[in-house]
Write a protein that binds this ligand. Structure first.
Ligand code: PEP
Ligand code: MN
Length: 336
């Protein structure tokens, strides 16, 4: 169960609610976020909701049968809207495009990308400065100094930044320079990282684990919410299957399933999802039709020279075409 508490609730009132929940043999956990305060009760026994409902300091009670609670759509029917400020919103009818190189490569690369985004009216730039690479000898990112340069240039251009945080110690230094923290597919179940990102007041986009189930992704989101941060985006980026014709198998099913199960916005990453430049557009458009609240993809002025993931990175021309088709599709989406 989720009990929404009134902002005015007193400590004594809270104790009464907690004791009532405990009397049903439920484990109670208080959760305080940027948006509200909750008591999450975990248990199995049937109980009389009215006995809690009459207590003072309670706004609402919801019975949530899912194992994850706060991220479930069962208690929050309206979709969460993640607000980045300056009119940039994601979810609840606000569709977001996020584009940029796999890795941030330097000032020239940043400036060219920003120009391309501005030409296409894209408000969010992606790029890694800490790169999880399969080989330790591959390019591993420009680090915090690269992020600072990127931030300065992006801010000047009115562009928001999404970038991957790989470990807890990076959160504090990155905080000032990102608009969205990205949790990579290799860290979806890094529970320490999730806990710590629950304590910041910045949106977090969690990518689905390489071999992760949809439920596991939702549990990861529950970690962040229950630690205090409601500003969460979920990202389908393909999973590992027996199929070798593509880098990953983009799970299109995940999009409508997640939209049904959770109130959190769902983003598609067709670049990592298929891993082949020529097919990124098809997968991106399919995910728009499937109901995604946004698409994040890799773009570079010279994809074949990109420091990482060039094989799945769109050229500026291909990117502009994708943007145009996506917007056309969104306009006619009532058909689907
Ligand atoms: C990325 O976005 O460049 C990335 C490394 O993604 P993922 O964690 O999905 O592999
Ligand atoms: Mn990449």
């Amino acid at each position: 169960m989720i009990i929404q508490l009134e902002p005015s609730i007193t400590e004594a009132q809270k104790k009464k609610v907690y004791d009532q929940v405990k009397s049903y043999k439920y484990k109670g956990t208080f959760v305080k976020t940027q948006a509200g305060e909750y008591l999450v009760g975990i248990g199995k026994s049937k109980f009389d909701v009215r006995k809690i409902g009459h207590l003072e300091g309670i706004r609402d009670i919801h019975i949530v049968s899912d194992d994850y609670k706060l991220v479930s759509r069962k208690w929050k029917v309206n979709q969460t809207v993640v607000d980045l400020g300056d009119g940039v919103k994601i979810g609840g009818g606000h569709f977001a495009l996020m584009a940029g190189p796999c890795s941030i490569e330097g000032e020239e690369n940043i400036l060219k990308t920003i120009d391309h985004l501005k030409e296409n009216n894209i408000k969010i730039m992606r790029g890694g400065v800490y790169k999880p690479r399969s080989s330790p000898y591959s390019f591993r990112g420009l680090g915090i100094e690269g992020l600072k340069v990127w931030y300065r240039l992006a801010k000047k251009a009115g562009i928001k930044i999404i970038s991957e945080v790989m470990q807890v110690s990076q959160i504090e230094t990155m905080l000032e320079y990102v608009d969205i923290f990205q949790i990579g597919a290799r860290n979806t179940q890094n529970f320490n990282l999730l806990d710590e990102l629950g304590k910041v007041d910045k949106p977090v986009m969690i990518k689905r684990g390489i071999s992760g189930t949809i439920d596991e992704l939702l549990y990861s989101a529950e970690y962040i919410f229950s630690a205090g941060n409601e500003k969460i985006l979920l990202c389908e980026r393909g999973i590992r299957t027996y199929e070798r014709a593509a880098r990953n198998t983009f799970d299109i099913n995940a999009i409508p399933i997640l939209k049904e199960k959770t109130h959190l916005p769902v983003i598609a990453d067709p670049s990592h999802g298929v891993g082949i430049r020529d097919h990124v557009e098809a997968v991106a458009l399919a995910s728009v039709v499937a109901g995604a609240d946004g698409v994040i993809y890799e773009v570079h002025d010279k994809p074949e020279e990109a420091f990482s993931d060039g094989q799945q990175t769109l050229s500026f021309n291909e990117s502009s075409t994708l943007v145009r088709k996506t917007r056309m599709l969104l306009e006619t989406k009532s058909v689907y």
